[in-house]
Design a protein around this ligand. Structure first.
Ligand code: SF4
Ligand code: SF4
Length: 165
């Protein structure tokens, strides 16, 4: 199969923005080793507990973005496969809460979006691989109220970051 030609994002009307401006992609160690370890010189890697958070240096394209498509499409990280849904991860002690939401600006959302059941399954696999099968993991689709609270928290966090610089 030609991986690049099967990428539905080739029809993106915002010029495949996601892969061209890689920022804050969260990966399990297995996903990192599979798709990004070999690109160590081109990326910035932060850690959030067991998660690897990958951004491209200078806001450039994902190193896997080649010839107009994803070179690792069939084995791409789960956060890539989930998009336009994305994850909100909270860890309190050994309790992990993963919420899936589709609060993104993807123009192909209607075509690309997975069902809530499939998205939750992908999110659960991600969490179990990252935190271990014995972690207390709760996965669910974000409610409107949770979405509002998340946005407020993110706004406060961004404002504090700006003020403290
Ligand atoms: S996921 Fe949506 S926004 Fe991202 S590149 Fe594909 S079509 Fe564009
Ligand atoms: S791994 Fe593939 S799908 Fe994910 S950001 Fe990179 S190019 Fe895009």
């Amino acid at each position: 199969m030609n991986i690049i030609q099967t990428n539905p994002c080739a029809a993106c009307t915002i010029d495949q923005d996601c892969c061209k401006h890689l920022s804050g992609l969260r990966l399990t160690q297995i996903e990192f080793n599979r798709c990004f370890k070999q690109h160590g010189d081109e990326i910035v890697v932060d850690r959030e507990g067991p998660l690897f958070v990958v951004s491209q240096r200078d806001g450039a394209a994902c190193p896997n973005w080649q010839e107009g498509g994803c070179a690792v499409y069939d084995v791409r990280p789960r956060e890539c496969a989930l998009f336009p849904q994305t994850l909100y991860v909270q860890q309190r002690g050994d309790a992990i809460s993963i919420r899936v939401h589709s609060d993104t600006c993807c123009p192909l959302k209607a075509q690309l979006i997975s069902s809530e059941r499939v998205a939750e399954q992908i999110a659960r696999e991600f969490a179990e691989e990252a935190f271990g099968e014995n972690a207390r993991i709760r996965v669910g689709y974000e409610t409107a109220w949770q979405s509002l609270c998340r946005r407020i928290r993110q706004l406060v966090s961004r404002t504090l970051d700006t003020l403290l610089r």
